[in-house]
Design a protein around this ligand. Structure first.
Ligand code: AMP
Length: 282
């Protein structure tokens, strides 16, 4: 595996792959890699002649009181995982490479970013859209791989690609969970054993809500209340949002109908966890 941190080296590498006719795949991450990331990597490896995994903790997507300074870093373990899974290039740019002195251009995806995580983390999706566009411009991938764990982020990146006519195919992969149901996440490292039990209640609440909807419940508020009760019972759990919404526009649905996204963000101890599931309420 080659490790690249500068733009000219990256340009050289992708230029060479393109000349050889290889399909270039990109998996953007913030590192501290886990089975969720590796599902994206494995898929990219199968479909692409050159698989690039980027690790960049993007400062522009963190708010002033968020965990940028304490975000977990495990570079040695990440390198070993990527090497053994056959990744071609680890792209590890510095903050100065991505945001050099005088940097002043940002991308804003409108409307869908007003809801859910966009509402509780102002500026988050502006940071995400900006860094994803920059990574696309640097690596010029044919295919880019994202997880449905960050459902709204995927919708933002889909808008970015469509609205700005980017020549990249997005590949979306399902949420990878641990055996206790918890969606794997770098931030799970913040959880104490007791908090881990609370975290498991989040996917439990999603599954319970899904079951009620499949059994015929159509009141968004009743389902929300049911989930609130399940989660509030947990030690150290502080609900940011619980939403039953349209999976494309993220508008809340009071009367449930059609494809519905159940999404939540809950702070458990120091960790802000997000999770979601899709249900058909037709
Ligand atoms: P992150 O490093 O958290 O920015 O995530 C990088 C990519 O991995 C994003 O596309 C995430 O959606 C994806 N990802 C994170 N956790 C999971 C998971 N549990 N299952 C599937 N994909 C995930």
């Amino acid at each position: 595996m080659e490790e690249i941190s500068t733009l000219p080296e990256m340009k050289e590498k992708v230029g060479e792959a393109r000349r050889k006719g290889h399909i270039i795949g990109l998996v953007p991450t913030m590192g501290c890699l886990h089975a969720g990331h590796m599902s994206l990597v494995d898929r990219a490896r199968k479909e692409c002649g050159l698989t690039v995994v980027s690790i960049f903790i993007n400062p522009s997507q963190f708010g002033p009181n968020e965990d940028l300074a304490s975000y977990p870093v495990r570079l040695d373990e990440d390198r070993a995982r990527l090497r053994s899974s056959g990744v071609d290039v680890l792209f590890l740019p510095t903050r100065e490479t991505i945001y050099p002195h005088g940097y002043r251009t940002y991308v804003e995806v409108e409307e869908i970013t007003r809801h859910l995580c966009g509402k509780s983390r102002p500026g988050f999706f502006r940071g995400v859209a900006t860094v994803v566009l920059k990574l696309f411009n640097i690596v010029k991938p044919d295919r880019a791989y994202f997880g449905e764990k960050d459902w709204q982020q995927l919708a933002v990146v889909e808008s970015l690609v469509r609205d700005l006519n980017l020549d990249v195919t997005l590949v979306r992969l399902p949420i990878v969970r641990d055996p206790d149901g918890v969606a794997v996440s770098s931030r799970n490292l913040y959880l104490s054993p007791a908090e881990r039990v609370s975290a498991a209640a989040l996917s439990g609440a999603l599954q319970s809500a899904r079951k009620k909807i499949l059994e015929g419940e159509r009141s968004g508020e009743k389902i929300r209340q049911h989930m609130r009760e399940l989660i509030q019972k947990q030690n150290g759990a502080e609900i940011d949002y619980i939403s039953l919404c349209d999976p494309e526009t993220f508008q809340d649905r009071e009367e449930l109908r059609g494809r519905t996204l159940i999404a939540l963000a809950v702070k458990v101890g120091q960790a802000r966890l997000i999770d979601n599931c899709l249900v058909d309420a037709s």
